[in-house]
Design a protein around this ligand. Structure first.
Ligand code: GRF
Length: 213
């Protein structure tokens, strides 16, 4: 972590599920690995464990559900209003399972960060861990990985890469061990990539340093 006297960055984390990646961020903020604070957690789903994790950490936990019949652009504009209200330096998609349109992204240029459990250009979309495993069982894949990237537009799991980590698949060890390794890799890489963003020069968005672990 850098030692600059710069103010701590404000992170708003968007979640849809268990929030283990959110927890990794909260823990890193608390123990000094990240010069940042999670100032809000926003979920598109009610009653997810991630919201409980936010509560337990004393962080505002907000559910922004989709109204019946609501257009995607309208939901995204409403979501942007909520998120902007917390004045984030970075918006982190940590297990956020909903595509965002420019109605949201347009409000946070160069400031939305996504985590995806596959390497750039590989296995975009949902169930990337399971699909990599299935291909490994079929013998057509030996490894996969994790990436963290900026989200400039509506491309799914695509955008300027901030960090990658390769994960070798050991089919003998079983799926649970593979999934655990993938999640541990996500937690580590996400914190490292956020650290780079939080401690880099103010013009970091024009001089992104790609990390590889
Ligand atoms: C992670 O594997 C993330 O990459 C994927 O969904 C999972 C979310 O996990 N898109 P969690 O909610 O952070 O525990």
């Amino acid at each position: 972590m850098g030692t600059s006297a710069a103010r701590r960055k404000r992170l708003v984390v968007l979640v849809s599920g268990s929030g283990s990646n959110l927890q990794a961020i909260i823990d890193a903020c608390a123990d000094g690995r990240l010069h940042a604070d999670v100032v809000a957690v926003v979920s598109n789903k009610p009653d997810v464990f991630a919201l409980q994790r936010a509560d337990a950490a004393g962080v505002p936990a907000v559910h922004v559900g989709v109204h019946p019949g609501e257009e995607r652009a309208d939901y995204d504009a409403r979501l942007a209003d909520v998120v902007a209200g917390f004045d984030p330096d970075l918006v982190v998609l940590a297990g956020w399972m909903r595509i965002l349109t420019m109605s949201f992204l347009g409000w946070f240029p160069q400031r939305v960060v996504n985590l995806h459990p596959a390497l750039p250009g590989d296995l975009p979309g949902t169930r990337a861990i399971e699909r990599a495993w299935d291909e490994a069982l079929e013998g057509s894949r030996a490894s996969t990985g994790v990436m963290v990237h900026l989200v400039p537009d509506e491309g799914v799991d695509d955008g300027p890469v901030l960090g990658t980590a390769t994960v070798v698949i050991d089919v003998e060890a079983g799926f649970d061990a593979f999934a655990s390794l993938m999640h541990a890799t996500e937690h580590r890489l996400l914190v490292e990539a956020l650290d780079e963003l939080c401690t880099s020069a103010p013009d970091h968005t024009t001089d992104l340093t790609e990390i590889s672990v």
